[in-house]
Design a protein around this ligand. Structure first.
Ligand SMILES: O=C(NC/C=C/[C@H]1O[C@@H](n2cnc3c(NCCO)ncnc32)[C@H](O)[C@@H]1O)c1cc(-c2ccc(F)cc2)cc(O)c1O
Ligand SMILES: [Mg+2]
Length: 218
């Protein structure tokens, strides 16, 4: 029967990665996607930039929009302090199911490392409920990697719900390719944000891409 790409990614993890070793899970997915089939994980080049931002911000609270297969979820979670709270939102049940197994294989469940909380649902539904449901006041770091046409509406929603504070950092994937032009326009013209591009390449390719770092300054 037909085996979906997400299932082939999961199989590659279960076959090639060591249980309980997040770095081997990341390596297994990157090897599969660079040697066998492209997939829209943030990848290793942008992943190293993501790692450096997570390490520098050292966030106590993190929100990820768009879990997909859990690649960036594992990357981020493996760098967080044990007390950190990490919410990742995914509204496609099939992707959520694969991501749960990838996260479990990385052993982030039982390790002292934090267990990312994968919430199956739409960001537009869940962002307004996060404060009450998870006892989170504001996010120190938000990683945007879901549908690009929702970057702007979800950022405005996070602002309206009081989830962002002075010093919060938003890190957005794919502002060039596929692109999020309305989002770029809004944030660049807003006095609230200080923005910075990390030049990189589209995952597993040589195409120009950026990770866009946004610091909230007021
Ligand atoms: O399209 C890309 N990413 C989308 C990710 C979607 C994931 O996020 C989930 N999702 C979406 N919206 C929401 C939502 N909320 C929505 C409204 O509430 N709430 C919760 N979950 C959501 C989906 O179910 C997926 O799991 C992309 C493309 C290329 C690309 C580049 C070049 C090419 F040629 C082709 C492709 C490269 C990349 O790095 C990319 O990230
Ligand atoms: Mg992406």
């Amino acid at each position: 029967s037909f085996v979906s790409l997400r299932q082939r990614i999961l199989s590659a993890v279960q076959k090639n990665a060591t249980r309980g070793d997040p770095r081997s899970v990341i390596r297994a997915i990157d090897q599969f996607c660079s040697q066998k089939e492209w997939a829209m994980n943030v990848g290793n080049e942008k992943g190293c930039i993501l790692d450096s931002v997570v390490s520098e911000v050292n966030p106590a609270t993190v929100l990820e929009l768009g879990t997909y297969c859990g690649y960036s979820t594992v990357r981020i979670a493996s760098l967080l302090p044990p007390y950190a709270k990490f919410i990742t939102l995914e509204f496609n049940p099939d992707f959520a199911a694969v991501a749960r197994q990838v996260i479990a294989w990385a052993g982030l469940e039982d390790k002292v490392k934090i267990k990312p909380c994968l919430v199956e649902g739409a960001s537009s539904d869940w962002i307004p409920k996060i404060k009450e449901q998870f006892g989170i006041k504001t996010f120190d770091l938000v990683f945007l990697d879901h549908w690009k046409e929702h970057y702007l509406s979800d950022t405005k929603l996070m602002e309206e719900c009081g989830l962002l504070r002075k010093g919060s950092v938003l890190l957005a994937d794919n502002v060039i390719c596929p692109g999020a032009p309305d989002y770029v326009e809004y944030v660049r013209s807003s006095p609230r944000y200080k923005s910075h591009y990390f030049r990189s390449h589209l995952e597993y390719t040589k195409a120009e891409e950026n990770l866009w770092y946004l610091g909230i300054i007021e």
